[in-house]
Design a protein around this ligand. Structure first.
Ligand code: SAM
Length: 369
């Protein structure tokens, strides 16, 4: 029995012809009623489909709060803290409670696309003051403060492309013999080829990858909206020189359902998450064009350790085994510790200033953007 979203996609394709993979992903994740993120707030955590660092416990939010507090002190005045894509609101809660412990205050703004997530956030944050929700980043612009996100950019709908003998083609989705199927066509927008040109990337024949034009628009909007301050982006991904290696020639698209991964991203639209790895070189490149200076790039493990994660474990009544295990989950190599990366950008701030979380950056070449 096809779902309402599947029926909608099938009739759209029947009337308009094949749609780009990006349109498919946009509807699968964000259709206002049946999209994966719009229809339920229970997607993240043990009972959901995947864990984020925020769903592992409060340690990630507490450490992030320490980085934000340091930035707030540098900025002075009464800065705004903006979280984009706040999921269930637990990260906001952990950051705000740590802010209270650190005796700092701020105006906390959440920009959230999913109405279901926003409702859940309002329930989780009901006892905390100074939290505001805005529909659009433009609503708070120009602001002085810190904008951060965790696993936001990987959830943006992406174009899917493949280099063929006769040039770059885009993946479109058709419906054949009762199934969604792929078909290659000319790119839907000249922006795709411009993206690779600007990044200085040449794909070899047969190489398939994603093009996250939403990420470009997003970082441009962030740069334009931030009067003065910092941007902290935590997500999984790579710089260009790693993303386009031959061993990634099938791209990085992945679906998540019930803590299982699958490459079948066309299955069960609206019922499974679809993500792609972030190109951090693109965020740096387009960020710099709108005045966002790159302050540094590291992985989650080095970021959290630089911020004093181990000291935090020893505070209070001493080591608590469950907290130790959670800390391990956040910094484990081969897991969250090095899969997740942290990019810090700044605008209108002293370029010589070095955020605490970047004190320890791995020396490996992969941290060159
Ligand atoms: C993978 S979840 C991450 C949630 C949370 N940050 C965490 O770490 O648990 C992605 C979140 O970003 C939101 N989102 C996606 N695109 C967005 C956009 N353009 N503006 C605001 N929120 C967005 C989704 O609705 C969802 O809440």
């Amino acid at each position: 029995m096809p779902s309402a979203l599947e029926e909608l996609l099938v009739s759209k394709i029947a009337s308009e012809g094949p749609i780009t993979f990006k349109e498919f992903m946009e509807l699968a994740l964000y259709h206002p009623e049946w999209g994966y993120y719009s229809s339920s707030a229970s997607r993240i955590g043990k009972e959901g489909d995947f864990f984020t660092s925020a769903s592992v416990g409060d340690l990630f939010g507490r450490m992030l709060a320490r980085q934000i507090a340091e930035m707030v002190d540098v900025l002075g005045g009464s800065p705004t803290v903006v979280e984009m894509g706040a999921g269930q609101g637990y990260l906001a809660r952990d950051v705000l409670l740590e802010f209270e412990r650190l005796e700092r205050s701020c105006t906390y703004c959440i920009v959230e696309r999913s109405p279901a997530m926003r409702t859940k956030q309002q329930e989780i944050l009901k006892d905390l003051t100074h939290v505001e929700w805005v529909d659009d980043l433009g609503d708070v612009a120009p602001f002085c403060g810190v904008l951060f996100s965790n696993e936001l950019v990987d959830s943006f709908p992406v174009h899917l492309v493949e280099m063929c003998e006769d040039g770059l083609k885009e993946v479109y989705i058709s419906f054949e013999d009762g199934e969604f199927a792929e078909t290659l066509r000319e790119p839907s927008t000249g922006e795709i080829e411009k993206y690779f040109r600007e990044l200085g990337v040449t794909l070899s024949v047969g190489f398939r990858t994603e093009v996250n034009l939403e990420a470009v628009r997003w970082i441009e909007l962030v740069g334009d909206s931030l009067g003065k301050g910092f941007v902290i982006t935590v997500d999984y991904g790579y710089p260009s020189h790693e993303l386009y290696q031959p061993y990634r020639s099938r791209g990085t698209l992945m679906a998540y359902k019930g803590h299982r991964t699958s490459e079948d991203v066309l299955a069960q639209p609206g019922e499974q998450d679809i993500t792609s790895h972030v190109n951090f070189s693109a965020l740096k490149h387009w960020g710099e064009k709108v005045g966002l200076k790159t302050l540094g790039f590291t992985d989650q493990s080095h970021f959290l350790l630089s911020l004093g994660l181990l000291d935090l474990l020893n505070e209070g009544d001493g080591l608590e085994m469950s907290q130790v295990l959670k800390a391990k989950t956040l910094i484990m190599p081969g897991g969250m510790g090095d899969t997740f990366k942290v990019l810090i950008q700044g605008k209108g701030v002293d370029e010589g200033w070095f955020p605490l979380g970047l004190r320890e950056v791995p020396r490996r070449g992969s941290f060159r953007l």
